[in-house]
Design a protein around this ligand. Structure first.
Ligand code: PLP
Length: 393
């Protein structure tokens, strides 16, 4: 009898069968084929030069070692670390109070805390499609229902506001914006931001803004206001801005991210008080990473510069092929459109090139694939030369 109670939660009842594409990929790997991977987005595997001395300098400092040996947690994160995040926003012309910043171990954790703060089980959050695939899992784990609203492509990506508004129902709690979006590189322009603020105010919704790719605008894309953070305001509604050093400093392994709270005073302070209880329940930050954060953030520009150069070089290599690269304004990915009606990603795998099929990001058109623009340049050039062979597929 007791055995029947041993079951797993519905929220983890995922279909764990590999997709046809994943199966074909593992077969290709098992067969020992020499594959060129154009999906590498882990910056620590892309041949960038990390300043090892600077990264570990804080931990070599006796004063920091002394502090790191004392367990003196602050639910919002150590003040020195939060002040470093404040400075990051000051560099983006935004004023953030250190008390409005909550440190987390990842942007994913920040999402989870915000979802738990604003949603009861079954409440809905609207999210752009295409978008980052992890959202489905993050939402499911917190019993949140994601409802997609389309980004459509017409010489650039646009939010389909009519459809977005149609998706707002009685259980909708928030609109989630990835600014700039992954993988489309869509930049949320001023007019769109204003419209989002108005919609949220009208329907009593919260705005959640993920800015992990904020510092990577494409210089040739003529953004109207490069690197403008939602932190700059105005904030007509409760707004949570999320980011972290996995992209900002290209240090995903160091596990530091944050959420900053903005909005009308009474709403923001209640949100902060409640978030503090969530944070206090987990106290997930470790002391060495927090004590190092000021140095890591202060050194970010050298890493960002290398990444921006890589992205521009790879993008140029791609554009020079004559394949159709959808207009991107920022970020680490490019979306490419082929002509064929069959799966472009599967055809490219036949030619030993690994790319992400669009459906990985919720793109239904099988002709669209996604590439990582931070792939090491020599590998990227080799891979894209094969795209050229396949461009008639
Ligand atoms: C839009 C977006 N947000 C968040 C993340 C992950 O951030 P973190 O490593 O801080 O969880 C990613 C990773 O690619 C991403 O694409």
């Amino acid at each position: 009898m007791a055995e029947t109670r041993q079951r797993f939660s519905q929220r983890t009842a995922w279909d764990l069968h590999p997709s046809d594409f994943s199966t074909a990929l593992s077969e290709a790997r098992t067969a020992g084929r020499d594959l060129i991977d154009l999906t590498i987005s882990n910056p620590t595997r892309c041949g960038f030069e990390y300043d090892t001395t600077a990264i570990f300098a804080p931990l070599a400092c006796e004063e920091i070692q002394r502090q790191a040996l004392v367990y003196d947690p602050d639910p919002r994160g150590l003040r020195s670390a939060r002040e470093a995040v404040m400075l990051y926003y000051a560099d983006h012309a935004a004023t953030v109070q250190s008390n409005s910043i909550f440190l987390t171990t990842s942007t994913s954790e920040a999402y989870s805390w915000v979802f738990r703060l604003i949603c009861d089980a079954g409440d809905e959050v609207l999210v752009a499609q295409p978008s980052y695939p992890l959202f489905d899992f993050l939402a499911a784990l917190d019993d949140v229902v994601l409802k997609p609203y389309p980004l459509f492509y017409d010489y650039g990506w646009w939010i389909d506001f009519a459809e977005l508004e149609r998706q707002i129902g009685p259980r909708t709690r928030a609109i989630l914006i990835v600014h700039p979006n992954n993988p489309t590189g869509h930049w949320t322009h001023r007019a769109e931001r204003e419209k989002l603020g108005t919609l949220c105010a009208l329907h009593g919704l919260v705005l959640i803004v993920d800015e992990v790719f904020l510092d990577f605008p494409i210089s040739s894309a003529n953004n109207e206001s490069p690197a403008e953070s939602f932190a700059t305001g105005p904030h007509p509604v409760l707004t949570f801005v999320l980011s972290g050093i996995s992209k900002v400093c290209a240090l995903p392994q160091m596990k530091v991210a944050w959420v900053a709270v903005f909005g009308p005073e009474s709403r923001a302070s209640e949100a902060e008080a409640r978030l503090e209880v969530i944070a206090d329940t987990f106290l997930s930050m470790n002391a060495p990473a927090q004590l190092s954060l000021p140095v890591w953030l202060a050194n970010r520009s050298k890493m960002q510069q290398q990444i921006r150069v890589r992205i521009e070089e790879n993008l140029q290599a791609l554009l020079s092929l004559g394949v159709e690269v959808l207009k991107m304004e920022a970020g680490w990915s490019a979306v490419v459109r082929f002509r064929a009606l069959k799966s472009a990603a599967a055809s490219l795998l036949d030619a030993d090139v690994i790319v992400h099929p669009g459906d990985f990001y919720g793109i239904s058109d099988p002709r669209l694939i996604v590439l990582s623009l931070i792939t090491p340049t020599t590998l990227f050039e080799l891979g894209v030369s094969k795209l050229s062979i396949c461009k008639e597929i």
